[in-house]
Ligand binder design. Sequence first.
Ligand code: URA
Length: 247
Amino acid sequence: MQLDRILQSQGFGSRRECRALVRDGEVKIGGEVITDPFGEYDTDGFTFEIGEWEWRYAEKVYIALNKPLDVECSRKPKHNPSVYNLLPEPVVGRDVQSVGRLDVDTSGLLLFSDDGQFIHALSSPKRHVTKSYRATIKHVIDDSLIEALLGGVQLLDEPKPVSAISAKRVDAHTLELVVDQGKYHLVRRMVAAAGNRVEALHRFAVGELSLESGVLPQLDTEDWCYLTDKHLALLGYTPSADGKAGK
Ligand code: URA
């Protein structure tokens, strides 16, 4: 593929901007400055350097972020900074989208990709991908709360009761809840419908991919990493050789 097209596909701007980057001597390949934007390269395993960073060509990118509190999952946030500010510019330039959203006052694992089939596979209600949360609960957690969450709670605007896949009392005020739906404010609404209140919420896993199991590199708050095929497999997703679908 032509170098300017490669750079454009990797989020470094329009083709014109990418040609200018190359002509200005900003791009190195194999340690050498390249000034011809029209050179042809095999994208398989292709790496290049821009500034301090080395980049590896990827047809699609898959990212895990440990989302902090007080950032919005929107490119045009209303009251807080955007979560997209936490990702490198070329990644945002590829038009990655978050897989679902977390509330501004929820922290934890948030996935991003520019692979529409991946986003669809993980967020489709039909797939029932689990999401695991740890919640700080206002009033002491009693058996009736656990029973209500497991048995199903009726939420406003929902046709039928919604139940947790699992609900575990960790201590008097800490609940671990696994759900397989991605509705707006789901955990907060479920706990409220069961007569209690979420005071803090953290998502520690999506499917089998956990921030806490050691499968991901250590991600402190605000840290992100690329997901490998091994991580995608834990999410039940296999990008095919042509970079398209699927599950
Ligand atoms: N449930 C919520 O209430 N908020 C989130 O951010 C995610 C799930």
